[in-house]
Design a protein around this ligand. Sequence first.
Ligand code: PLP
Length: 400
Amino acid sequence: MSPEALATQSLHLSELAPRTLQSEIRAMTVACDNMGGVNLAQGVCDTDPPPIVAEAAQRAIRDGYNIYTRLDGIARLRNAVAAQLARTHSLTVDPDREILITSGATGAFQAALCALLNPGDEVLIFEPFYGYHAGMLRGVRAVPVPVALAAPIAPESEWQLDPVAVRAAITPRTRAMIVCTPSNPAGKIYTLPELESLAAIAEEHNLFVFTDEIYEHFVYEGRNHISPASLPGLRERTILISGFSKTFSVTGWRVGYVVADPKWIPSIGYFHDLLYICAPSPFQHACADGVEQLSSSFYTALAQEHLAKRTLLVDGLRTAGLTPHVPDGAYYILANTGSLEGANAAEKSRNLLARTGVASVAGSAFFRPGSPVGENLLRFCFAKKDQDLHEACRRLATLS
Ligand code: PLP
C-alpha cells in the first residue's frame, strides 16, 4: 500500500510520513549496486581513514570505552575541538559550556532544530541546497524557504548570493537561515562580503544562523573557509555545526559537534540526549586522537588529494560532453546533462546509469519542486578511491 493510502487508514502514518521518502541519492545507490556500477551518487567518502584515527578506535574499544559518555561528549574531544577552532578561526570557545559532541552533524542539526524552532517557523536555505536541511526542517514542522543562488554564468565562475533576494524572502515568521559552507552540492565557499551581508540581515531581523561546515577542510586553489561564527555580531546567534565524517572518512562512525552560545547549548544537549544519548564512545576517543595529533599538513594533504580527484573527474565529465561547474570546495561536481535523454534530471541520471554504469544524483534533488534549473544538472561525488574515479571516467568516455 502506498504511503498516501496508509496515511488515511484508521491506524495511520503521521501527516509527515508520506512526504518523507527514500532520498533520490539512496535510490540511486541501490540501483547502482544492483548493476555493479560505479557509485558517484552518494557522498559516502570511501577513501581510508587516517591510520592514527583508525588505530585509536580499535584501542579505545580494547581499553573499555564502550559505554555511554556524558551527554555533552568526552572532555578530551571538546577540548581538542576548542583548541582547533582557536587555531584555525581565532574563535574562543569554552569547551565545557559551548561545545556539544553529537551523533554526526545530522544529530547536531536535529537536536538544534528541536531546541530552537517552533512549528511554522520559516528558515531560509540557499538553493541549490542539501536535501537533508529541508527534510530535517520539515521534520520539526518548520518551513524551509529556498532562496535561489544566482547560477554561474561560466563553468569556472561561482554560484552567487543575492542579498536582495535574501531580504525579499524574509517574513514575520522567519527565524533562521542555514549557511552551508563549503556547500553541498555546489561546492560554494561563502566569501567574506557575502557572510557580512548575511550577518547584517541576521542581526536586523534577529535570526539564528545555523551553519553546516562539514566540508570545512575541502577547499581548493587557495580558497579559504571562513567560519560564520568568527564574524563580529554573529557569534551569539550562530549555531556552528560540523563533524568528522568527511575529514576523517568515517561517515559510519557518527561523530559531529555543535558550537553555540551557553544560552543554547543545554537545551540542544537535552534534545540530543533524548534522540541519541551520545555519539559512539570509542569513536569520540578516536576522533580526539585525530584532532590532537594530526598536524596542519594532514589537512593540506587532504585538500590536495581531493583537488587531484576533482581534476580527474572534471576532465572525465568534459570528455563525456557533460559540462561541469568547477567547485571551489566540498567534493561534488554539478554538471550539465548535455545530450542525455530524459524528460527530467531523474530520467537523465537513470539513463546515464543504464548507459555507462555510473551513478549520479538528479540535480532536482537540490532544488524546490518544479524549479527548472535542477532538471538540467547531475551531481557527481569525487571523494572516491582513484581507481574508481578512473573507472568512472573510462565508462563516461563511452558517451562521447
Ligand atoms: N552536511 C552536509 C552538507 C552533508 O553533505 C552531509 C553528508 O553528506 C552531512 C552534513 C552529514 O554529516 P554527518 O555524517 O556528520 O551527519
